[in-house]
Design a binder for this molecule. Structure first.
Ligand code: HEC
Length: 230
């Protein structure tokens, strides 16, 4: 018995040392362009799903058919989420394609039938994935608005989506809102008057965020500065 315990303890210590050694040697590639091994991916997905399921199980879901709730959610979703999660008629963006794990396309997936899990995820975010904890700036009622809207989203075509967003009060969640740099439709279908970047072949034109008045600049890999007017 004593020998078995000693063997088990030694085996445990050795494998912990092996894990530490591998990490310290730099063998693990943290690059977002290098996918996890399937077993690691499955382990992380299981840990995420269980973590959310356990934390979401006691959350009470309000009436998601409430039209005011859905409308509020439409404006907030359009302002804060489509750069990563897309929308009807919105093609993949630089962000949505470059993140790993990739953000699911909520225009087709919606909340997958689990409003409590969606609420928890939106409020608390998911560590080391790019999914932010929106509860830091948004009250619960606004988060429920987004959940109610997401419940409808897979049924909407681009016209219905735009109409719902237009009928909402835009980006408003009771304070803390800031203008987000939306990458909506930036590749291929922007209005000609917004194509102000001949040096970049016009392919980097961005829609300015509606309420943003200060010019913004970002620098591309080739060193060219790219100013966003209004
Ligand atoms: C910067 C990119 C980014 C933004 C902006 C973002 N998300 Fe996410 N979101 C992610 C990523 C990445 C995941 C997937 C994480 C994973 O696979 O573990 C995710 C996951 C989710 C999920 C879980 C989906 C599922 O099927 O498991 C929901 C719901 C969600 N996001 C809602 C939102 C909402 C609502 C907003 C806006 C208020 C938002 N997200 C903004 C990156 C983003």
């Amino acid at each position: 018995m004593k020998r078995t315990i000693t063997t088990l303890v030694l085996a445990g210590a050795l494998s912990s040392a092996a894990v530490l050694g591998t990490a310290y040697s730099g063998l693990v590639n943290v690059g977002a362009d290098d996918p996890h091994f399937p077993a690691v991916h499955a382990f992380l997905a299981m840990a995420r799903d269980r973590s959310i399921a356990v934390r979401a199980r006691d959350i009470d879901v309000p009436d998601l058919q409430d039209e005011t709730l859905i409308r509020t959610g439409a404006g907030n979703y359009n302002a804060m989420c489509i750069g990563c999660h897309l929308a009807p008629g919105v093609e993949k963006t630089e962000l949505s394609q470059a993140l790993y794990p990739s953000p699911p396309n909520l225009a087709t997936g919606g909340i997958g039938g689990d409003p409590a899990a969606a609420f928890w995820t939106i409020k608390h975010g998911i560590k080391a994935t790019g999914m932010p904890a929106w509860g830091k700036s948004m009250g619960d009622e606004y988060i429920w608005g987004i959940v109610a809207f997401l419940d409808q989203l897979p049924k909407l075509d681009p016209q219905q989506y735009n109409a719902l967003v237009a009928s909402s009060s835009g980006h408003q969640h009771g304070g803390g809102e800031s203008a987000m740099h939306n990458h909506e439709g930036q590749h291929g279908n922007h209005a000609p008057e917004r194509e102000g970047h001949p040096a970049l072949g016009g392919s980097e034109a961005h829609h300015p965020a509606p309420t943003n008045t200060a010019p913004k600049t970002h620098v591309h890999r080739d060193g060219k500065e790219h100013v966003h007017k209004n």
